[in-house]
Design a protein around this ligand. Structure first.
Ligand code: PLP
Length: 377
């Protein structure tokens, strides 16, 4: 083994069966689903079948699923719509959302009141504080809280958040980009109005995602044009990617409970092995309440140099320093700084997929040991 890929929260390898169905679609289904001739009707039928598949998996109606280009677009469409909805007077969110939420909220903060809920040290929402915020002001709120954080994995209780939103007649949006296809999600059981998802996080292609918009809500189109997606998202549909996304979600959810057990074994093994070798190692992830794919590690002081990720890469370990989006710049992410990650130590996110195994965990820990001995010699 020469390399391991432990950056699955940034993106996942595309499942080979997904590549096959996409290739087949590209070769055979080239009609425009908006055309009325038989080529168009064939494409439309396949498009709607993909929508039905996704809706069935999630316990939604097909008419509540809208295809987009990615998670970022889905989040933007939902948040920016709040500005055009006269009923919504404020947005309640967390300070550690993905930039597609966090930067969007910053950019609209002059136009609508934004409030942030308190979190525990692992980035999980304090439900009591959320209730205080909801009850302290009777004006209508949109609550936007991610299901699991992409950097540290903190997992929110979206069922309870949905119940609170319902109690105070607030709308609830959740960025489920990291959890879709990794945790079971039944929208019949969660009082949620909107969600965002992205195929490349569950072994589907990049550049395609979807939104769930619970009926009877409607969004004003964020992208206007030919009124595709029932007027909520214009642009000719990315057929092969949509077909691939639906197939990827089916595969991801087919053995989800087994995969969760496997992923938790990998994470626990990695944490235990690291603790044995480096007693003063720390974790930004609470293994008891976090997404099974993420382990965020606070490295001991001897690793505190700006080259750590590069050195790991040179040893064959692909991982990341925060989110992929913020790791290009060598600065602490807004998530780590909000959660008070120690400023004199490096935090590295290892993120796994069901295709990883224990041998790869051992390889990774061995490489970290090697690095430590090289640094100390
Ligand atoms: N939300 C979260 C939590 C993410 O982790 C990401 C991607 O890293 C996104 C949104 C953006 O998704 P996309 O890459 O499809 O735009």
């Amino acid at each position: 083994m020469n390399t391991v890929y432990f950056d699955n929260a940034a993106t996942t390898p595309v499942n080979s069966e997904v590549i096959d169905v996409m290739t087949d679609c590209l070769k055979t289904i080239y009609g425009n689903p908006s055309s009325s001739h038989s080529y168009g009707r064939d494409a439309k039928a396949i498009l709607e079948e993909s929508r039905r598949k996704i809706a069935n998996i999630l316990g939604a109606k097909p008419s509540e699923i809208f295809f987009t280009s990615c998670g970022t677009e889905s989040n933007n469409s939902i948040l920016r719509n709040a500005l055009q909805n006269d009923d919504i007077k404020r947005i309640i969110s967390t300070p550690i959302e993905h930039p597609s939420i966090y930067s969007t909220l910053n950019s609209i903060s002059n136009e609508i009141k934004i409030e942030y809920v308190k979190l525990d040290k692992y980035g999980v929402v304090n439900l009591e504080d959320l209730e205080n915020l909801l009850s302290s002001d009777s004006s209508k709120a949109l609550v936007s809280i991610m299901h699991a954080n992409n950097e540290v994995g903190g997992l929110n209780d979206i069922k309870s958040i949905g119940d609170l939103c319902d109690k105070y007649q607030a709308l609830f949006h959740s960025d489920m980009v990291q959890t879709m296809g990794h945790l079971p999600i039944n929208l019949k059981e969660i009082k949620i109005d909107f969600l965002a998802a992205s195929a490349h996080k569950f072994h589907g292609p990049k550049g395609v995602g979807f939104m769930f918009v619970r009926q009877p809500h409607k969004l004003n189109a964020f992208i206007t044009g030919g009124s595709q997606e029932r007027g909520m998202r214009s642009g000719t549909e990315n057929m092969a990617s949509i077909v691939g996304m639906a197939h990827a979600l089916e595969i991801a959810c087919s053995k989800i409970e087994e995969d969760i057990v496997h992923l938790n074994k990998l994470r626990h093994a990695m944490a235990e092995k690291l603790k044995m070798v480096f007693p003063n190692i720390g974790f930004m992830t609470n293994l008891d309440n976090s997404l099974c794919t993420i382990l965020s590690v606070i490295f001991p002081k001897e690793f505190s140099n700006d080259m750590l990720l590069f050195q790991l890469d040179m040893k064959g370990v692909a991982c990341s320093g925060g989110s992929a989006c913020s790791s290009g710049a060598n600065k602490v992410s807004h998530v780590l700084s909000h959660l008070n990650a120690p400023s004199d130590r490096k935090v590295v996110r290892f993120s796994f997929s069901k295709y990883n195994n224990l041998d790869e965990i051992n390889f990774c820990v061995d490489k970290i040991k090697e690095l430590a001995s090289e640094t100390s010699s």
